[in-house]
Ligand binder design. Structure first.
Ligand SMILES: [Zn+2]
Length: 221
């Protein structure tokens, strides 16, 4: 295999975005989240971007097919020889199906799906420990990356705040929605022999080694 083409699955708070960035550097891959891809298309005011923007502005969910088009447009912009990590996409079985069709057309088969697993109680604990600087937007986590002085930004000394969405009720609702959509997705990839489980209940360095071990195995096969 040249470079691996991967999907990182998992609810918010599992650290999959952090791991996607680390693995992109380590293996020279392009990491792309659905949020990044959507914002890029909107900013570039492409045809797809204009369609996405209509949904975003009206506050309705962007349809599965359109999100897949956005991700495929992003994939088409990746360097040709580069492998990639899609972070947070697909989220539903229809998205996974249309992605598979698009990838087949491009002769870019998927090599693996890494499912980041963490107990919901621990996810809530992690997310409610997030803090953000009210001035420079630097982020902290009281569990992993606490500020040197409690409640104060290391960089600029301003007060640290909690995002409104980082409260227990909001997270619990998001997790329930996530679960409902992705349980079928996990079985979709399991039956295609693509799923690899990652225990996200460890320090970022340890999780990185577990993720790298999976990627190394995929590269050898
Ligand atoms: Zn600051």
């Amino acid at each position: 295999m040249a470079r691996p083409r991967l999907i990182f699955l998992g609810p918010p708070g599992t650290g999959k975005g952090t791991q996607a960035a680390r693995m992109a550097t380590r293996y020279n891959l392009t990491a792309c989240s659905s949020g990044d891809a959507l914002r890029d298309e909107i900013r570039e005011q492409s045809e797809i971007g204009r369609q996405v923007n209509e949904y975003v502005e009206s506050g309705t969910l962007v349809p599965d097919e359109l999100i897949t088009d956005v991700m495929l447009a992003a994939i088409d912009k990746f360097p040709e020889s580069s492998g990639f990590i899609l972070d947070g996409f697909p989220r539903t079985v229809p998205q996974a199906e249309s992605l598979a069709v698009g990838m087949e057309k491009r002769s870019l088969p998927l090599d693996g799906v890494l499912d980041f697993q963490l107990d919901h109680r621990k996810i809530i604990e992690r997310i409610t420990s997030r803090r953000i600087c009210s001035n420079c937007n630097r982020t902290y986590n009281l569990l992993f990356m606490p500020p040197a002085v409690a409640g104060q930004c290391d960089a600029c000394g301003h007060k640290l705040l909690q995002r409104v969405d980082d409260c227990e009720d909001v997270i619990a609702t998001r997790l329930a929605t996530y679960e409902e959509l992705t349980v079928p997705l996990v079985s979709y990839y399991t039956t295609r022999n693509l799923l690899h489980r990652i225990d996200a209940d460890a320090a970022p360095d340890q999780v990185a080694e577990a993720v790298a071990a999976v990627i190394d195995r995929l590269l050898e096969s």
